[in-house]
Design a protein around this ligand. Structure first.
Ligand code: MG
Length: 230
């Protein structure tokens, strides 16, 4: 009997399994609105601009954007405003959290084909599991490998190597599915895996590069098209 245990499909989460269009922006704007309504002394557009600068400087995975916002605007941290901002941000984000319409059917299909599934994500491990659990798709995945755990972000080869080792995957029979050309597709092929791009904003230049270098990267419109390839 053929042994298929070493075939692993790795997924990116945001923009791949999960529809994140305008997601963070909507949640941040709602948080700012509440903070301004409760005394943060700026108008909403100004406050949103300051917040965006803080996010750019600290990175999106930094956990204290609203703390810094009150420090910058007031000269000191305001715990009540920070808590209002954080709660609103979290609630709005959770309310908007949804898989793409074809995500669950595709995961069921891949399991039926004998693939084992895992996630490779640039982010915080507990937060990424939280997204899978809230989407009710956590049971499809055997592991979540993150940049927090590995210490390097996609497209660094190390995160792919660690993921393959953790899953006992054969790179030649495994692939990465993601929405970012560099992080997901180039990173994966550099580590010896194939790649499928979904919902990507890939440029003509990138397409020409894939062709010229004969890279094992397939481009499809969305996650529902995976079953035409695997
Ligand atoms: Mg993504």
């Amino acid at each position: 009997m053929m042994n298929n245990d070493d075939r692993v499909v790795f997924f990116d989460i945001d923009g791949t399994l999960l529809d994140t269009s305008n997601f963070a922006e909507t949640a941040r704007k709602a948080a700012i609105g509440i903070m301004v309504d409760n005394g943060l002394p700026l108008d909403k557009d100004e406050a949103y601009g300051v917040l965006k600068t803080i996010i750019r400087e600290k990175g999106s995975n930094y956990g204290k954007h609203f703390n810094v916002l009150t420090q910058v605007v007031l000269g000191h941290e305001d715990p009540m405003l920070v808590a209002l901002g954080m709660t609103t941000y979290h609630n709005v984000k959770m309310a908007l959290l949804r898989p793409f319409p074809e995500t669950i059917d595709t995961l069921i299909y891949l399991k039926s084909q004998g693939y084992r599934l895992a996630v490779i994500s640039n982010g915080i491990t507990i937060k990424q599991w939280e997204k899978l659990i809230r989407l009710n798709i956590n049971s499809f995945f055997d592991a979540v490998i993150t940049s927090e755990e590995v210490g390097k972000e996609k497209p660094n080869k190390l995160i792919y190597d660690v993921a393959l080792r953790k899953m006992n995957g054969n790179p030649e029979k495994s692939l990465m599915i993601g929405n970012k050309f560099k992080a997901d597709a180039l990173g994966a092929v550099n580590a010896g895996l194939g790649a499928i791009l979904v919902n990507s904003d890939i440029t003509e230049e990138d397409r020409a590069y894939i062709k010229k270098e004969k890279l094992d990267i397939t481009i499809v419109d969305n996650i529902g098209d995976i079953n035409t390839i695997l």
